[in-house]
Structure formats: structure tokens, C-alpha cells
Write a new protein. Structure first.
Lengths: 85, 167
């Protein structure tokens, strides 16, 4: 799975800062560190995509689309860290 | 007029937004603020009137600001003056801010919402040839230079107020 382009990563970074500012969420790191974080997470997702897919039960792995698997992953992640507010 | 005395002041509601890349009017606990983006350089512009007691000295602009979310790093601000008097060659169809842009790089307060103050010191020759006797309209442009290397604070920077005083 390819990583995002530099432009896509910057767009994500900009959108994140805008969203956190809109919600007045504290950002205790500088812009460059935050961008490095976006880069690292994108790289990790790319590296681990195969491992994630393999971890899914076979029936689910073959039945769901990539978009559905992604949605499922995000759903579980949000629930796990109580982000559904 | 004596050095250090106030000449004029601007609040966020005085902003005349530029056509593009304008700072956004917002409110924080009912305090009006102008939000300057962290990734795109944005502007605010204020039309003012230099009082007739202005005595052709330099000016100092003091500008309190806060981080919307960021609590570490620095913000790079720029300020420039445009002479709007009838003795100038300014055409309203064109921006003609003086060549002098004064920059200030200041550290973000350690808590979002606390105030920092940036200061811009203009010499008498850096005011786009404003009439020496005062009594002239002008425009002040404030910019967050978000693309500058030294601008490191995450999230929006909030303009709260600015005062212009004679240096």
C-alpha cells in the first residue's frame, strides 16, 4: 500500500490543525513535530496494511471491501480510546 | 505629541478582510479575535487616521495575541503601513504598502488563551511617506508569516488588539 503524497500529508496536517483550533484542543507540539507525526503514522499504516489484513478472520477478510475494512478499523480504534463523543 | 503616547488602536472588528487569505473573525469566551492560520500566511487590514498631534516620529505597534490551541513554538508576524493621504500616489485599486515590513517573532504563551505581546517599531522613514504633520488616513496590514521557518506554533494564532503609539 503506497503512502500518501507529500501534498496529501500536508493537506492532512493543515486540516488537523484547523480542526483542533476550531475545537480549541490543545496542541502541545510545534508544527514540524506534528507534521512528522502525520508522516510517521502514514508510513506505519502503509507498512502494517498487510499485517492488519492477515489478522482479520478469513470470512471477513474476503467479504469486506478495503473501504469497509478501513471503516471497521477506525470504528474499533475510536471505541477503544473512547473518542466517540 | 510626547513619545509613548497613544495615536490610535484597532480591535478585531475593525478588520477589512482582504479578498483572499484573510484572517477569520472568531470569538473566544465572547472576546472577538482574528484567527491566523498555521499553514497559510493570512492578513488583516485596518484603516486608521493619524491624529493631527502626531509629530513625525517613528511609531511602535503593540499587539497582544494568543494561541488558539498551540502552547509551544513561535509565531512570526509582519506589519506594514500604506499611506492613504491625498499627497500619496496610492490608487485604491492597488495595494501599495510601503516597502518596510517590520517583523516580530515571539514565543507562544505556555497555555492556549494566555496573551503574548508582539511589538513592531517603525522609523519615521518607514511609514510609506505619511504626512509629517499628521492628519492623514492610512492602512495597517498585519500578517502571520505562517510559511516562515521561524513560525513553529501549531494551530491558529489569535489577534486580540493593537495599539499604535508614538515612539
Amino acid at each position: 500500500m503506497a503512502v500518501m503524497t507529500t501534498g496529501q500529508r500536508r493537506d492532512s496536517w493543515q486540516e488537523l490543525m484547523s480542526e483542533w483550533s476550531r475545537e480549541r484542543k490543545g496542541i502541545p507540539v510545534t508544527k514540524d513535530i506534528l507534521l512528522e507525526g502525520v508522516d510517521a503514522i502514514d508510513q506505519w499504516i502503509s507498512d502494517m496494511a498487510g499485517s492488519f489484513n492477515s489478522a482479520l478472520p478469513l470470512a471477513l477478510r474476503t467479504a469486506l471491501t478495503k473501504a469497509q475494512k478501513t471503516e471497521l478499523f477506525i470504528f474499533v480504534l475510536r471505541r477503544r480510546y473512547n473518542l466517540d463523543t | 505629541m510626547s513619545s509613548g503616547n497613544s495615536l490610535c488602536a484597532f480591535a478585531p472588528q475593525d478588520n477589512e478582510p482582504t479578498a483572499t487569505d484573510y484572517a477569520t473573525l472568531d470569538a473566544r469566551n465572547a472576546h472577538p479575535v482574528l484567527d491566523f492560520d498555521a499553514s497559510t500566511s493570512e492578513y488583516a487590514a485596518f484603516t486608521g487616521f493619524m491624529p493631527r498631534h502626531y509629530s513625525n516620529g517613528g511609531i511602535t505597534i503593540s499587539m497582544p495575541w494568543a494561541g488558539t490551541s498551540g502552547a509551544t513554538g513561535s509565531v512570526v508576524w509582519g506589519a506594514a503601513i500604506e499611506n492613504l493621504s491625498t499627497t500619496s500616489t496610492t490608487n485604491l485599486d492597488t495595494n501599495s504598502f510601503g516597502t518596510a515590513t517590520i517583523f516580530a517573532t515571539d514565543t507562544a504563551p505556555t497555555t492556549a488563551g494566555l496573551l503574548a505581546e508582539s511589538t513592531f517599531v517603525f522609523g519615521a522613514t518607514q511609514l510609506d511617506l505619511l504626512p509629517t504633520s499628521g492628519g492623514a488616513p492610512f492602512r495597517l496590514r498585519i500578517k502571520r508569516v505562517a510559511t516562515a521557518t521561524g513560525d513553529t506554533m501549531s494551530g491558529d494564532a489569535e489577534f486580540v488588539f493593537c495599539e499604535i503609539r508614538e515612539t
